[in-house]
Design a binder for this molecule. Structure first.
Ligand SMILES: [Fe+2]
Ligand SMILES: [Fe+2]
Length: 180
């Protein structure tokens, strides 16, 4: 590559383009994603997180048995972290000019993970593990899809994925302790 070749675009051109479509906020001409589709996918991830908040909260309040305290504390911590993920995703949706869908109508359908109440403590732990594994699979696909089309959304989902992997690990450990 010639040393004189300009990096990216010509700076004047870049400055000119930045002044076009200012109402699009951070969405510039270099954005390669399909904004509508990205917002739709992020809304599915938002629904997934919200269902996880509800499920972990339910389990926190319904945990019973002699060794419930440590398990319930873990459920509550996860509920709080899923809420944090939901907030991060909702914020990203608004940055993209979209609207975060918090409607309870159809929430379970938009979500990839399921809301299963579970009867016993072991059931609850198992259902949470299943839900985390679903989130891991779906977020991995989302990350692959975002690729370099929307690196910011991709990094956000990568950061969330790492926490879901920790969550799955926590649930797997608890499950092992329960059957020990
Ligand atoms: Fe999460
Ligand atoms: Fe999680």
């Amino acid at each position: 590559m010639n040393a004189k070749t300009p990096f990216l675009s010509d700076i004047q051109e870049l400055r000119r383009r930045a002044r076009l479509n200012m109402e699009k906020g951070p969405i510039t001409e270099s954005y390669k994603g399909n904004v509508e589709q990205v917002v739709d996918i992020l809304n599915q991830a938002l629904a997934t997180e919200l269902v996880c908040v509800l499920r972990y909260k339910r389990h926190f309040y319904m945990a019973r048995g002699i060794n419930k305290d440590a398990v319930a504390a873990e459920f509550l911590q996860h509920a709080t972290e899923e809420q944090g993920h939901a907030d991060l995703i909702a914020e990203r949706i608004t940055q993209l000019g979209g609207a975060p869908d918090f409607s309870p109508q159809g929430l379970a359908t938009r979500s990839h993970s399921e809301y299963v109440e579970g009867d016993s403590l072991v059931d609850m732990i198992r259902e949470n593990l299943v839900a985390e594994r679903i989130a891991i699979e779906s977020y991995t696909e989302i990350i692959r899809y975002f690729g370099d089309k929307d690196p910011t959304s991709r990094r956000l989902m990568e950061q969330i994925l790492a926490v879901e992997e920790e969550h799955a690990n926590d649930m797997a450990d608890l499950l092992e302790q329960q059957s020990a």
